[in-house]
Design a protein around this ligand. Structure first.
Ligand code: GLC
Ligand code: CA
Length: 557
């Protein structure tokens, strides 16, 4: 079988709990996804990542797995999954699962056995360590706040969890653990899935000495990532993983990878890389505060643009990125990347085109294609996300008022992307006939699939057009592997680049600023392939960009 050219694809991420509920319990499910496969096909995507659907207590929304071989009851059955897979294939859509193997749920059988006998076989599946002078073994802070160490009742032991205490980290130095994980991965690949999005994988390697590091906050703790960044040897683990699983099936993999230096890139995604690709998290990294969401820096468009170009420059000749504007861990792209005055359909279309035509494989997150936006909670109780609750507490501890802390959450919360998908104008946006597990965004009457389908000027129809162009025979190779040339970077508000392959050259130019800009460029006989504004014939050879304008132009010398 010929390997799919992954960078000629367009991928879509489903967050199953919020996509489509088929049985009225307020929770999205697999049958709901099956119902909407025609919608996805029509959108033009050909690769589908489904966030975790395994059995889970949902402390971290499925990223805490209690049985890798079972489908969560809330989502359906294995038969539903098999049907989903077959129906997707029929429509030319490959499915990838989420692979969460840094940790399990504390409800996983292995961990339950480990707790009963930390010195026994299963104790060695995880990281149990003795405390030091009544304190935890080290001073690491978990991603979701507090120590990474949880005491085991009735013993002097603690277990390690990089995320929530209900997500104990697996011991990757134990060959028995690896054998179990490989078996499970191969089992899913044998079922016919195309591969995996690989969760939090950078955390699997622990420093053999588990040293303390200098505290970086008032809590006396240090970010867990400080240990990760000072630890060598993850490569051996990832190579072994790949050789024993993905390689055998020609699987597609995309890593959730942070903290890789330039040297490391070659190993991660080169032709022999551990993964097919990894996400480019430039936008996300620039939004992070030193201590949390509350001290996040002000959004700096120019910096983001330049860093995106830099990121692509660094992997030139090595591999390609998976490009993202949104995912289930981030607020909505419209609100992060656009100035207030452009948080409308014009600006959202511009944002779409700018990232869709970068080299690499674009991932669209559910609802992004209709321009869904952040919601505004009136109280912290409206939030479900474990991370948001922690960041709220952090903000309060840093001296913010309740109102300010809530505003911080409204800007950054992961729940912004997790509100139910907006299908139509009916109650609960057509997501469920019951009570949705998370509140539907108030704007669903104007932003929803059905009304956008009917409107030729909608964000949804723009996305469709852009995807058609991306996949068109004439252009797909150019967009997949054409050279990237940053243009007009002296204009602070302009995001522009050329994609070049052989004698074909396409210019993508956008104005993220709040006033019109005329870029000095004679377009001559250039042909506009895609735009979000009406352009006067007399103006066609000029590159005059109103605020929020995007143009994709086939250049003619
Ligand atoms: C990844 C997931 C996130 C989850 C975490 C722990 O970052 O994307 O949603 O909370 O891993 O599994
Ligand atoms: Ca349901």
């Amino acid at each position: 079988m010929e390997q799919k050219k992954w960078n000629e694809c367009v991928a879509y991420q489903i967050y199953p709990k919020s996509f489509k509920d088929s049985n009225g319990d307020g929770i999205g499910d697999l049958r709901g996804i099956i119902e909407k496969l025609d919608y996805l096909k029509d959108l033009g995507i050909n690769l589908l990542w489904i966030s975790p659907i395994y059995q889970s207590p949902f402390v971290d929304q499925g990223y805490d797995i209690s049985d890798y071989y079972k489908i969560a009851e809330e989502f359906g059955t294995m038969e539903d999954f098999d049907e989903l897979l077959a129906q997707a294939k029929k429509r030319g859509i490959d499915v990838i699962m989420d692979l969460v193997i840094n940790h399990t749920s504390d409800q996983h059988e292995w961990f339950q056995k480990a707790l009963k006998d930390p010195e026994g076989k299963y104790g060695n599946y995880y990281h149990f360590c003795k405390g030091k002078d009544g304190n935890p073994p080290t001073n690491y802070r978990s991603y979701f706040g507090g120590s990474t160490w949880e005491p085991v009742e009735g013993t002097d032991l603690y277990y390690l969890h990089a995320f929530a205490k209900e997500q104990p980290d697996l011991n990757w130095e134990n060959p028995e653990v690896l054998a179990e994980l490989y078996k499970m991965i191969n089992w899913w690949l044998d079922k016919g899935i195309a591969g995996f999005r690989i969760d939090a994988i950078i955390n699997i390697k622990k420093h053999p000495d588990l040293p303390n590091y200098a505290a970086d906050g008032d809590d006396g703790l240090v970010k867990y990532t400080t240990m990760v960044e000072n630890t060598e040897g993850i490569g051996e683990l990832l190579r072994d993983l790949k050789e024993n699983t993905f390689d055998k099936h020609g699987a597609f993999t995309v890593g959730e990878v942070f903290n890789v230096d330039e040297e490391g890139l070659k190993e991660f995604i080169g032709p022999d890389g551990y993964f097919t690709t990894m996400f480019d998290f430039t936008g996300e990294i620039l939004s992070k505060g030193k201590h949390g969401w509350y001290d996040a820096p002000k959004w700096d468009f120019t910096k983001w643009r330049d860093k995106v170009f830099e990121a692509h420059e660094k992997i030139r000749g090595i591999g390609f990125y998976a490009n993202v504007i949104e995912n289930h861990d981030e607020p909505r792209g419209a609100n992060r990347y656009l100035p207030k005055s452009l948080q409308n359909s014009k600006g959202i279309k511009m944002l779409a085109a700018v990232y869709l035509f970068l080299p690499g494989l674009p991932f669209i997150y559910q609802g992004q294609e209709i321009g869904m936006q952040n919601f505004t909670a009136k109280s912290i109780d409206e939030y479900d996300d474990i991370n948001t609750i922690d960041e709220y507490k952090k903000a309060i501890a840093a001296g913010l008022t309740k109102e300010q802390a809530l505003e911080v959450c409204n800007t950054h919360s992961r729940d912004n992307a997790r509100t139910p998908m907006q299908w139509n104008e009916s109650e609960n946006a057509g997501f469920t006939t019951g009570k949705p597990w998370l509140k539907v965004n108030d704007n669903y009457k104007t932003i929803n699939v059905e009304s956008e389908k009917a409107n030729p000027e909608s964000v949804l129809n723009f996305y469709k057009e852009a995807i058609i162009l991306h996949k068109e025979d004439n252009y797909k190779e150019l967009f997949a592997k054409g050279e990237l040339r940053a243009c007009f970077t002296e204009y602070k508000e302009i995001f522009a680049y050329e994609r070049v392959l052989g004698d074909k050259k396409v210019l993508i130019a956008a104005n993220f600023g709040e006033s019109a800009v005329e870029v000095e460029k004679d377009l001559g006989e250039g042909i506009i392939l895609l735009t979000n504004e009406n352009i006067d014939n007399a103006e066609k050879n000029k590159l005059r960009l109103s605020p929020g304008a995007i143009r994709v132009i086939l250049e003619k010398e």
